[in-house]
Design a protein around this ligand. Structure first.
Ligand code: PLP
Length: 424
């Protein structure tokens, strides 16, 4: 469906029923698949196409992965049970104990923890870099054992916009791929492969599913990175003993990276989504383009309102012309960025708490980027485990309020903010 516009792909891609088949993507709620002969079954264990067990692959999950792959303009993709699993798999697929990667420091707190604590425990080292550093400084972070570079298109919650082309240039100069978490803009607003990224990840839990009812993730491969250009990726370019000698790049060519996630990581770690959740995700994807447009329009209006309000000390939204990232946002996301705004209320932390407790429509929840307006204080919640120095590196100030603008009528959202500010 390459010729259709992205709005059409949201609705139509991934599943095309044949004559007499269900119009809507069926939920293949089955752990396993029946074969007539054990010979036919044996072929699946030689990684021939087909389904054997839903921990590895399932037709509902595959259809939804194919839709997201089409939206991103990628070559192959796979769903995972969460965004955390997607980011972990995107890296562990090509890194092992003794390896190192470079990551933008301004990323989601959960990802920061995964990289900074859990992955270090299994022997994978990371260097966090200031995403605004010049190329020379970024180059200095690389080591002979560096295997990947990671960043978020729009960082959660600092809303820093990543210069994807700069990061791609630096990664490629060192013979490693650039992995981009594209959760906040979604492919509706930005397709990182068009700017040189090699792998894209998602927490589909956010705008993609859009209704805060399922956790999920996705890893999409552009198919553009040459894994055989050096000897950094033996897991892809040399025989896999656990599949009696399969060589992913040789046997699956451009699908090698994703095939390895399916055959090895989903098999061994088991972070597979349920087909039921993938069905919900698909329903969300059908309206993604409409919702993202409304989220961005509402967020722009809320940001402009906040900017003019005396009780607000600062507003951060890349859609505001005076924002530090406005030019980068215009380059990478000319149609809009996301529905998330961050700001500070005059009076610091106490005023922020009073404001949040006085909101009536916007709910305090540990979530972001769904249809309902919601609000969070990251320093005391999602980023609570981080030290003050780490908070600063992540771009999270103690007074930062993260406000996720929903798709309600914007006048109601602004009225809610107004009455809550009056209570401060
Ligand atoms: N990436 C980003 C940018 C996120 O905001 C989140 C969650 O907030 C994640 C990854 C983790 O995703 P999940 O909560 O689906 O595991």
């Amino acid at each position: 469906m390459k010729d259709y516009a992205i709005e059409t792909k949201c609705v139509q891609c991934g599943y095309s029923p044949k004559n007499g088949e269900p119009r809507v993507l069926p939920i293949y709620q089955s752990t396993t698949y029946k074969y007539d002969t054990s010979e036919a079954m044996a072929k699946l264990f030689d990684l021939e196409p087909g389904y054997m067990y839903t921990r590895l692959a399932n037709p509902t999950n595959d259809a939804v992965a194919a839709k997201i792959t089409a939206l991103e303009g990628g070559f192959a993709g796979v769903l995972t049970s969460s965004g955390q699993a997607a980011n972990f798999f995107s890296l562990i697929n090509i890194l092992g104990a003794g390896d190192h990667f470079v990551s933008s420091a301004t990323i989601y707190g959960g990802t920061f923890n995964l990289f900074n604590v859990t992955m270090r425990k299994i022997g994978i080292d990371v260097t966090f870099v200031d995403p605004n550093a010049d190329e020379e400084t970024l180059n200095a972070a690389f080591r002979p054992n560096t295997k990947a570079v990671f960043g978020e298109t729009i960082a959660n919650p600092s809303l820093d916009v990543l210069d994807i082309e700069k990061f791609a240039r630096v990664a490629h100069a060192h013979g490693v791929p650039l992995i981009i978490d594209n959760t906040f803009p979604t492919p509706i607003n930005c397709r990182p492969f068009e700017f040189g990224a090699d792998i894209v990840t998602h927490s589909t839990t956010k705008y993609m599913e859009g209704h805060a009812s399922t956790i999920g993730g996705a890893v999409i491969d552009s198919g553009n990175f040459d894994w055989e250009q050096n000897d950094k990726f033996p897991g892809l370019t040399t025989p896999d003993e656990s599949y009696h000698g399969a060589v992913y790049t040789r046997d699956f060519d451009k699908a090698g990276y994703i095939t390895k996630i399916v055959a090895q990581l989903l098999r061994d770690y088991g972070s597979t989504p349920s087909p039921q959740n993938s069905f919900y995700l698909n329903l969300g994807l059908e309206t993604l383009a409409l919702r993202v447009e409304r989220h961005c329009k509402n967020a722009q209006a809320v940001a402009e309102y906040l900017e003019k309000n005396d009780k607000i000390s600062w507003v951060n939204y890349p859609g505001l012309p005076n924002n530090r990232y406005h030019a980068l946002a215009q380059k990478y996301m000319p149609n809009g960025t996301c529905g998330v705004i961050s700001f500070g209320v005059k009076g610091g932390r106490a005023a922020a708490e009073k404001f949040m407790n006085s909101l009536k429509l916007a709910a305090i929840v540990t979530h972001v980027a769904d249809a309902r307006t919601c609000v969070l204080h990251p320093a005391s919640s999602t980023h609570r485990q981080l030290s003050d120095k780490e908070l600063e590196e992540c771009g999270v100030t103690p007074d930062l309020i993260r406000f996720s603008v929903g798709i309600e009528n914007v006048n109601d959202i602004i009225a809610d903010i107004e009455q809550a500010l009056a209570a401060v």
